[in-house]
Write a protein that binds this ligand. Structure first.
Ligand code: AAO
Length: 463
């Protein structure tokens, strides 16, 4: 018999986009913890403008925890329950700006505001008025001063160098930490000088996890690399390199390439196939194409670069459409406990529930067994591609329109193995396989793959 290595501690996160706190708590207990997901990224928790679009969340009106996603009590209860289940909570910190509303208004939870006036929080002098463009809006991403001092799509831009602004932001973040939050996604971090983010972060308890959203843009002066001295960054280049081969069948092997020059170090990188912005924008592979989406996520989870964050959103035809709400505008609860996707035709507003897909759960189990061993050079065979995590697991995918055979050299023991893509986390059952079966013989793992199929086997999935 062969020895199965101990499963590595979970490291993968998941963005539960626009999911109410009561449902997040339930997911932590019923789907995330059982799947071996380490942390959950929330949508913003603070009070926002009263509007139906999902992006209302990104226009803060006050720092009360009162939003369409739930109350302060519900938030506090959710964080406790997630922590108790072993799932850390990462809050989305919208601290670059307040609203983009030119007219005064009243927020979702009743706070009155004007564009540059948020009573008890910020006044006119706390905001930038860059004076560099006609509208004070960012026009040129190649200009650092514009990106960091002008307004992102009319959103009132906080002067984050100001000590009083920093103190207000720090108090808000500390309030979230006091409720048990482990860290923050820093929204629009590119628009906040790295030195300001660092000054804010340095006032938080040590060990607070920081993930800066800095979209790497061609020819732009501000890069994610400026933000890695005090935390992690979302590495947008990863999906841009991962997904085109899934459409054109031309794979370039990252192991054989020059050290992934367009990417931050593996320790600093949060990687993803898509997120709530890119599924409405640049992403060419999303849950709308379930086969390719499984392949992309499987390759990411099998990789030895970065910390993956999965994305669990909802179907839409209108990119602005918010998640379904009740008459008061509260987002409806949803559960993924019984979802066994992927499903090609979800109705608008229905959740994708990737955390419950057997293929995703199977790959999380694969990743736990692969642990820290390196990714070996890939094998190309027509429109199929595969690679080994040395001695621990092998993955192979077929992105073409024809059946494809691919043979991947491996140091795993010869024998019969159960596929975790079709069989899920518990692929090997009662001497048989829950899904498909593949074999390794004379150090070669062989896969006959249908068009659009993926397969993955690991030391723990031996039949
Ligand atoms: C809404 C309305 C606006 C209105 C505004 C105020 O849509 O018309 O003016 O309210 O009333 C979200 C929504 C916005 C929404 C906003 C506020 O997406 O539509 O505006 O809430 O409600 C930039 C930032 C990045 C930001 C991204 C959307 O750098 O930080 O824009 N993402 C975060 C959130 C996002 C949120 C906000 C920030 C605001 O994740 O959900 O907005 O809190 C280039 C640059 C990027 C730049 C994009 C913008 O990217 O590099 O930095 O992101 O352009 O288009 C290729 C290129 C790449 C390029 C990319 C674009 O890949 O290589 O360089 O394409 O996709």
């Amino acid at each position: 018999s062969i020895e199965v290595p101990e499963a590595a501690a979970p490291d993968v996160g998941i963005e539960l986009f626009q999911l109410p706190w009561t449902s997040v708590a339930q997911e932590c207990e019923t789907t995330l913890a059982p799947a071996g997901i380490a942390w959950v990224l929330l949508s913003p928790a603070q009070e926002h403008i009263a509007a139906d679009e999902w992006w209302a969340s990104y226009q803060p009106v006050s720092y009360q925890l009162a939003s369409r996603l739930g109350t302060r009590d519900e938030f506090a209860d959710m964080v406790q329950r997630c922590n108790a289940a072993g799932v850390a909570v990462i809050a989305d910190a919208v601290i670059n700006h307040m609203t983009g509303q030119s007219e005064p208004g009243v927020g979702y939870a009743g706070a009155a505001y004007a564009h540059y006036d948020y009573p008890d929080l910020y006044a006119e002098s706390d905001f930038h008025h860059c004076g560099l463009t006609a509208t004070d809006d960012i026009q040129l991403y190649k200009n650092r001063e514009q990106v960091q001092n002008c307004e992102l799509v009319n959103l009132a831009d906080l002067d984050t160098a100001s000590p009083t602004v920093q103190a207000t932001i720090v108090a808000y973040l500390k309030d979230l930490i006091s409720l048990g939050v482990s860290g923050f996604r820093i929204d629009a971090a590119k628009h906040i000088p790295a030195t300001d983010v660092e000054a804010i972060v340095s006032q938080l308890p040590q060990g607070t996890r920081i993930m800066s959203e800095v979209i790497r843009g061609a020819g732009e002066p501000i890069t994610p690399d400026e933000y890695v001295t005090f935390g992690e960054v979302f590495e947008f280049t990863y999906a841009r390199e991962l997904t085109p081969p899934l459409e054109n069948g031309v794979f370039t092997d990252p192991v054989l390439s020059d050290d992934r020059p367009q990417q931050v170090s593996s320790e600093a990188a949060i990687v993803f196939v898509d997120n709530h912005d890119t599924e409405r924008g640049e992403a060419n592979v999303t849950a709308r194409d379930p086969q390719l989406y499984v392949i992309a996520n499987a390759l990411m989870l099998a990789d030895d670069y970065g910390t993956p964050v999965l994305y669990s959103g909802y179907a839409f035809t209108d990119r602005d459409a918010g998640a379904p709400t009740d008459a008061d505008g509260r987002v409806l609860e949803a559960s993924c406990a019984d979802a066994i996707g992927p499903t090609a035709d979800l109705a608008d507003g229905e959740r994708t529930c990737v955390q419950s897909w057997p293929a995703i759960r199977g790959m999380l189990a694969f990743r736990a067994i692969a642990g820290e061993v390196p990714r070996m050079p890939g094998v190309d065979s027509g429109d199929a591609y595969g690679f080994e995590r040395e001695g621990r697991g092998v993955i192979a995918v077929n992105v073409g329109d024809d059946m494809q055979r691919i043979e991947v050299p491996t140091t795993m023991p010869d024998g019969a193995y159960c596929d975790v893509i079709t069989g899920g986390a518990d692929a090997a059952v009662d001497g048989g396989c829950a899904g498909r079966e593949y074999s390794i013989s004379s150090g070669i793992a062989s896969f006959d793959l249908d068009p659009g199929a993926a397969a993955a086997i690991h030391l723990g999935s031996r039949r």
